[in-house]
Design a protein around this ligand. Structure first.
Ligand SMILES: CCCCCCCCC/C=C\C=C\C(=O)SCCNC(=O)CCNC(=O)[C@H](O)C(C)(C)COP(=O)(O)OP(=O)(O)OC[C@H]1O[C@@H](n2cnc3c(N)ncnc32)[C@H](O)[C@@H]1OP(=O)(O)O
Ligand SMILES: NC(=O)C1=CN([C@@H]2O[C@H](COP(=O)(O)OP(=O)(O)OC[C@H]3O[C@@H](n4cnc5c(N)ncnc54)[C@H](OP(=O)(O)O)[C@@H]3O)[C@@H](O)[C@H]2O)C=CC1
Length: 333
């Protein structure tokens, strides 16, 4: 009897999971999940979490919104009623994404070309946004550049390129919009997408680690300073989520993926739709008391990498019996 119930519940869970995956791939493209066995405990729920209409009459700017995680955030905000503006360098990519999402959600997505490294281009982009939609209520600083490289091989321009996109780009967008919002006495939610190694640092991605740490300092500082103008500042630190932009530059051969999944306690990568739900919540009025928060969203990878005894996961019960006996036998110091 119990086995029949478990069997039926299991089939039901599988049906729910597969329809969630179908919805996800319609809105966000393929999930591309590969996983370890414990991932069965942690299936991604990928439909929009907030009530429909949560972003009605709200304008959202997402930098780097044409691809990857920015695209997923745009799709979710648009589905929840927001009018979105996506901005980055490649206008053709932005326009394609904007059309695809608008046609699925029925809400307008605008595409604006902007290289965030150039403060003048950022200022012109904000002029365009003001003309299209007015100043945004939600700003997501998601654009980034990165590649793995031994630090001794980095040229000054390689360092400058990454830190310009990540730290200066975020600062230019945030300051330009912040000043205009303050002038117009309009509040807004600012969200920066960093990464788990912004906290620990990491070899082989040193310009990115340095710049993302700077972004976190910028956002925590402004959370303290600009609350008086109605602005909230929060940070999401994602762990690995498959996107072409990230994986082609950080694991070009795919050689490190399995080891990476093995060290994630939830046994799988995150999905774009999952981080999009979190970003939507943080940017919504349901989170109006949240400011200065740093939210790690990584399936447990950071703590798994940090704890020096975590490798003991591979010790078998029989081996534990032996270890325990050895430890108990020890007397004195
Ligand atoms: C262990 C397994 C890991 C698996 C995946 C893990 C996932 C977790 C991820 C965690 C964090 C992720 C953070 C991210 O940010 S991912 C997002 C990545 N997306 C992008 O990078 C998209 C945008 N990127 C780009 O446009 C280019 O890649 C860019 C190089 C960053 C900028 O392009 P552009 O402005 O055209 O720059 P140039 O090509 O002119 O190059 C400027 C400068 O940099 C040197 N350079 C470029 N690539 C490399 C390289 N691979 N190695 C060394 N140096 C490089 C280039 O030579 C130029 O310098 P110079 O003029 O001196 O020659
Ligand atoms: N995927 C992952 O596993 C993780 C991602 N992240 C972070 O998530 C965010 C999104 O990354 P992801 O979606 O994976 O990667 P993508 O490469 O898909 O996204 C990066 C975006 O940034 C835009 N961009 C790059 N340079 C500039 C520039 N100079 N001016 C304006 N826009 C620019 C790109 O558009 P264009 O080329 O048109 O300019 C692109 O849309 C980034 O902040 C990244 O650091 C953090 C941890 C893990």
């Amino acid at each position: 009897m119990a086995a029949r119930v478990v069997g039926r519940t299991g089939r039901l869970a599988a049906v729910v999971r597969s329809s969630a995956v179908r919805l996800q791939s319609r809105l966000h493209g393929s999930t591309g999940l590969r996983s370890g066995s414990q991932a069965n405990f942690f299936p991604p729920l990928e439909d929009a979490m907030l009530p429909s209409g949560s972003f009605n009459n709200r304008m959202a700017l997402i930098t780097g919104g044409g691809t990857g995680l920015g695209r997923a955030m745009t799709a979710t905000l648009s589905q929840l009623g927001a009018q979105c503006i996506i901005a980055s360098r490649k206008l053709d990519v932005l326009q394609r994404t904007a059309e695809e999402i608008s046609s699925q959600t029925g809400n307008k997505v605008h595409a604006v070309q902007c290289d965030v490294r150039d403060p003048q281009a950022v200022s012109q982009c904000v002029d365009q946004i003001e003309a299209l939609t007015g100043l945004p209520d939600v700003i997501i600083n998601n654009a980034a550049g990165n590649f793995v490289c031994p630090s001794e091989r980095l040229s000054p321009n390689a360092w400058k390129t990454i830190t310009d996109i990540v730290l200066n780009g975020t600062a230019f967008v945030t300051l330009e919009l912040g000043k205009r919002l303050i002038q117009n006495q309009k509040g807004a939610s600012f969200l920066a997408i960093t990464t788990i190694y912004a906290e620990s640092g990491s070899g082989f991605v040193v310009p990115s680690a340095s710049a993302k740490a700077g972004v976190e300092a910028l956002y925590k500082s402004l959370a303290a300073e600009w609350g008086r103008y109605g602005h909230r500042f929060n940070i999401i630190q994602p762990g690995p989520i498959r996107t072409k932009g990230a994986f082609s530059r950080l694991d070009p051969t795919g050689a490190f993926e399995k080891a990476m999944i093995d060290r994630i306690p939830t046994g799988r990568l995150g999905t774009p739709a999952e981080i999009a739900n979190l970003a939507a919540y943080v940017s919504s009025n349901y989170a109006s008391w949240m400011s200065g928060a740093v939210i790690r969203f990584d399936g447990g990878e950071y703590v798994s990498l940090a704890g020096e005894f975590n490798e003991l996961r591979s010790v078998t019960p029989d081996q534990w019996k032996l270890l325990e006996a050895m430890i108990r036998k020890t007397k004195g110091s």
